[in-house]
Design a protein around this ligand. Structure first.
Ligand code: GTP
Ligand code: MG
Length: 197
């Protein structure tokens, strides 16, 4: 898929105020600092369409980006960041949960997982929440450039194997690096396919 346009539309904490157009929407979720905003920039070949930071907790709202005037990408706040106050965490959880439960345009969610990490409780719980709410999702392994290729393959094979302890079938997954552009074409081809369905 060729990206002809990628425009920031709005940020908000209330899903009912999100864009009303009935266009397919793809959301990026995962732990703080896993690389959600960076992956959006990499896919769109834009440096700072989505705001990124070395410090976790950068993205704090639901951010809509309109792509090719045909579909939306949504950058969400990360979960699992201990330094966010408990009150703020509860508010985040509330609006993120609401987003997933209410957003009818959402066609697929990408759960981002750092390629270097073993399955963590918070990610498994989030995938369970998506499953329980019948929200289709894929996994995007991020920061693949941080591991050598044999370590990377080993780590991802082991991650998938562990997922099979709780899931009967594996979700589709992508291996990505926002530094090298790895996975970009496969990712965009997948979205193109879903948009056409
Ligand atoms: P929050 O908005 O805080 O939840 O974080 P996020 O998941 O949006 O992460 P963000 O894209 O802001 O990236 C966090 C840090 O990881 C930044 O310092 C990025 O430069 C770095 N980073 C993201 N993706 C990659 C990658 O593929 N490779 C490498 N080497 N670094 C990356
Ligand atoms: Mg972010």
């Amino acid at each position: 898929m060729k990206i002809r346009s990628a425009d920031f539309v709005m940020s908000n904490s209330n899903v009912t105020k999100a864009p009303q157009e009935r266009m397919p929407e793809y959301a990026f979720i995962g732990r703080s600092n896993v690389g959600k905003s960076s992956l959006i920039n990499m896919l769109m070949e834009r440096k700072d369409l989505a705001k990124i930071s070395g410090k976790p907790g950068k993205t704090q709202l639901i951010n809509h980006f309109k792509i090719n005037d045909e579909w939306f990408l949504v950058d969400l706040p990360g979960y699992g960041y201990a330094k966010v106050s408990k009150k703020k965490r509860t508010i985040f959880q509330f609006f993120i949960e609401n987003y997933f439960k209410e957003r009818e345009q959402l066609v697929c969610t990408f759960v981002l997982i750092d390629s270097r990490h073993d399955p963590q409780k918070i990610d498994l719980e989030f995938m369970k929440f998506l499953g329980e709410n019948q929200i289709p999702f894929c996994i995007a392994f991020t920061k693949a450039d941080k591991l050598g290729s044999s370590k990377l393959n080993k780590q991802i094979t082991s991650y998938k194997k562990k997922l099979l302890n709780t899931w009967e079938t594996l979700p589709k997954s992508f291996i990505t690096s926002s530094s090298t552009g790895l996975g970009r074409e496969e990712f965009l081809d997948f979205i193109d396919g879903v948009n056409e369905d």
